[in-house]
Design a protein around this ligand. Structure first.
Ligand SMILES: [Fe+2]
Ligand SMILES: [Fe+2]
Length: 330
């Protein structure tokens, strides 16, 4: 089977969806220069991030350390996604399959990669403004994480694996965005606006992930699908090591336990495990996080964020009960 024939049946659907997803990418986006950074680390803001993480004020130090670890680590993962996506675009340069003609794929991946590098820029700046420290880990495992994708696999194999690896984290932070919106519906707080503006881009990334998972992945050969799973498990293992390194670096630099008794961290872990383990069904097909939500997980997410689903379009207006989230997840 030639590459041309392999993707012929899905090319129109992929290109049409990518054009639709990215149509307003120039409007629904943000630049870190647009924030008033002096608002990021005020006393009110510290009180708020304590409420987001612990359900109440009084845990400011722990909440700041928790966000420092998670967002510095996220910034490194976003920088890596941007770099690998740019490399894949280079490999796609002279590949003339029916998806990779016209501007749609190139534009979608260019937007995705450039948005992620600005997210990394933004989150590192936020961490500095919030905590005054910059946790660094040895070279951030960047070479190892990049080398996972320096193979002779088809670029779409790499793209699908990369999208799947980004997808879990993008889904988890979307639930945190719902929680911030519920606690602070007027978006008075800097952290709510940070998550909301990040989410403008992430909503597109998730849709592009869905294109990769639902359209491109099924068009791959059985061997290519196997390679997707292998690349994914390699990058997930390295990202786990990266998370451990950031945990240790942050605990050392801020000298506070931000894991024990942290309800947001508990919900985050539960979602990450469930999403990561269930997105690939036992039969090898890929599911969205909303497709794999069971009653138990849906209840956890609803109690935490006020929204019972993760990405579904047409999320209903938040109910008046939602702001009563103190202690959610405990
Ligand atoms: Fe991002
Ligand atoms: Fe993203």
């Amino acid at each position: 089977m030639t590459t041309h024939n392999q993707f012929h049946g899905i090319a129109d659907a992929v290109r049409t969806e990518l054009a639709s997803v990215t149509r307003l990418a120039h409007i629904n986006t943000f630049h870190p220069g647009a924030f008033d950074w002096s608002e990021a680390g005020t006393a009110d803001e510290l009180n708020y991030v304590s409420t987001v993480a612990y359900g109440e004020a009084g845990h400011e130090k722990q909440a700041v350390a928790y966000l420092t670890k998670e967002l510095a680590q996220l910034a490194e993962i976003e920088r890596h996604v941007s770099a690998v996506m740019t490399m894949v675009m280079g490999e796609l340069h002279d590949l003339r399959d029916p998806i990779n003609v016209g501007h749609e794929l190139h534009n979608a991946l260019s937007c995705f990669a450039s948005e992620e590098i600005q997210h990394a820029n933004t989150f590192y700046r936020y961490v500095r403004a919030l905590s005054g420290v910059e946790p660094r880990v040895d070279k951030a495992l960047f070479d190892e994480r990049f080398d996972v994708f320096r193979t002779d696999d088809h670029p779409y194999v790499k793209l699908v694996a990369l999208c799947c690896s980004a997808y879990v984290g993008e889904s988890v932070i979307t639930v945190f965005e719902h929680r911030a919106d519920a606690l602070d519906p007027q978006r008075d707080r800097f952290f709510t606006r940070l998550l909301h503006t990040h989410g403008l881009d992430e909503a597109r990334h998730v849709k592009i992930d869905h294109v990769a998972m639902k359209l491109v992945y099924p068009a791959l050969t059985a061997h290519q699908q196997q390679r997707v799973r292998e690349l994914l498990s390699q990058i997930e293992e390295l990202n786990r090591r990266l998370a451990e390194a950031f945990q240790a670096a942050t605990e050392q630099i801020l000298a506070v336990d931000f894991t024990t008794g942290n309800p947001a961290a508990a919900v985050q872990l539960e979602m990450t495990k469930a999403f990561g383990s269930k997105v690939f069904a036992p039969d090898g097909t890929l599911h969205t996080v909303d497709e794999i939500l069971d009653d138990e997980l849906s209840a956890v997410i609803t109690a935490f964020s006020g929204v019972g689903r993760v990405h579904a379009a047409g999320i209903p207006p938040l109910s008046p009960e939602v702001p009563a989230l103190a202690g959610a997840g405990q």
